[in-house]
Design a protein around this ligand. Structure first.
Ligand code: PLP
Ligand code: TYF
Length: 407
């Protein structure tokens, strides 16, 4: 019966890891997938997570199913963690306007928001940045929504095309859904400044757009997860000022707690009031139940411990800073090698200016394929994961980039 099933192309990001694993060159470098590595190129279990595991192993009472939207403790800690340090955020929570649910990491949270939007929002159109994480488009479209790109990246300056972005939002259908990356935009590493965010939000308000804020890299912009909530707080302020009625948020602990495989994150839906929240939550449960019934509980129990134990929480803030500092150092080291050791003639300022796990190098598809021939794996759009760089491979990397850009 499956005779007519065609071979699907390999995933553009995960397929690179398959190629990398097959490569026998000892100097091979994987700059494909966005996953943190330490200065030996090894995955890192955060000390705060190790401590939380210890507490969990001593205190866990059962492995029962958790409720459809996650445990009440998880949800109340999430509300405090995400909204509690903002006066307008806390007042939204206090007035019962924030419905949250555990998500199966950020991807699962986005899927649930997409399905909820399709079922209950009259407009199908979702404005997405060009470019965006490829899975955004797949998730939204598989959920029956339509995507329409808005200008985002400026290939001339390797920065934000803020004029194009604002023009496209002003032209968009009123009431459209809009997907925005909270920080450390994937794949470009380019974020609006706080002032540019104000301009964007002004248009969001005027056009009555319904935002989905996707926050997969909280903590990788400034090194402080709470400081990185500045963007979310702007949304809360806008609601408090009566300039925005609703927004939605998807949030992931994959990167900032290193809980990639645990699949833990959350979604929020801001409603117009407590009574509406009760109805929204009831329908959210109806959306989730036929997809996966209830979320996994090991990772969410770890998150509950990290967020509620003051010592472990303080350790976690240090852990995030360690990761972010290393990424910043690797940007500077690669820049130094390219400009000072190899005297590469191209302008590499964007390597220093772009933020988070990725740099959009500006390398052409041909240059990317020459790099892959040299066992340096990166996506066809020229995105590199800075996390794959460490002191022992940066020289090989800089030399390879220099060779393919001056050939
Ligand atoms: N959103 C963006 C922009 C991402 O880059 C990612 C992961 O790479 C995610 C969401 C969700 O990731 P996860 O499902 O691992 O939390
Ligand atoms: O590197 C990226 O952009 C992501 C990483 O289940 C990723 O695609 C990999 C696996 C996964 C979610 C995200």
């Amino acid at each position: 019966v499956w005779a007519s099933v065609q071979q699907a192309p390999a995933d553009k990001i995960l397929g690179l890891t398959v190629l990398y694993n097959k490569d026998t060159n000892p100097s091979k470098i994987n700059l494909g997938v966005g996953a943190y590595r330490d200065n030996d190129g090894k995955p890192w279990i955060l000390p705060s997570v190790v401590a939380a595991e210890k507490v969990l192993s001593q205190t866990e009472e059962n492995k029962e199913y958790v409720p459809i939207v996650g445990s009440p403790n998880f949800n109340s800690l999430i509300k405090k963690f995400l909204y509690g340090a903002s006066a307008s955020g806390q007042s939204l929570v206090d007035s019962g306007r924030v419905v949250t649910s555990q998500g199966i990491s950020g991807t699962g949270a986005l899927k649930v928001l997409a399905e909820f939007t399709k079922s209950f929002y009259p407009i199908r159109k979702v404005l997405v940045p060009n470019p965006t994480w490829a899975n955004h488009i797949a998730i939204l479209e598989k959920s029956g929504l339509e995507t329409e790109p808005y200008r985002y990246y400026d290939y001339e300056s390797n920065g934000l095309d803020v004029t194009g972005l604002l023009e496209d939002l002003r032209k968009a259908q009123e009431g459209s859904v809009i997907l925005l990356h909270a920080c450390c935009h994937n794949p470009t590493g380019v974020d609006p400044t706080l002032e540019q965010w104000d301009e964007i939000l002004e248009v969001v308000s005027q056009k009555k757009l319904l935002p989905i804020l996707d926050m997969a890299y909280q903590g990788f912009r400034t090194g402080d997860p709470i400081e990185d909530l500045a963007i979310l707080y702007k949304f809360c302020d806008l609601v408090a000022a009566g300039k925005l009625d609703n927004f939605m948020l998807s949030q992931s602990f994959a990167k900032n707690m290193g809980l990639y495989g645990e699949r833990v994150g959350s979604l929020s839906i801001v409603t117009s009031g407590e009574e509406e929240s009760v109805r929204v939550k009831s329908q959210l449960e109806k959306v989730i139940r036929p997809i996966y019934s209830s979320p996994p509980s090991h990772g969410s129990k770890l998150v509950e411990i990290v967020l509620s134990n003051p010592e472990i929480y303080a350790q976690w803030l240090k852990d995030v800073k360690v990761m972010n500092d290393r990424l910043v150092d690797m940007r500077a080291l690669l820049y130094d090698k390219l400009k000072n050791t190899y005297k590469n003639p191209l302008n590499w300022e964007h390597l220093l200016q772009q933020q988070g796990m990725f740099c959009y190098t500006g390398l052409s598809p041909e240059q990317v394929s020459s790099l892959i021939d040299k066992s340096v794996y990166l996506t066809g759009d020229g995105r590199i994961s800075i996390a794959g760089i460490y002191e022992k491979n940066v020289d090989y990397l800089a030399k390879a980039i220099h060779e393919v850009t001056t050939a």
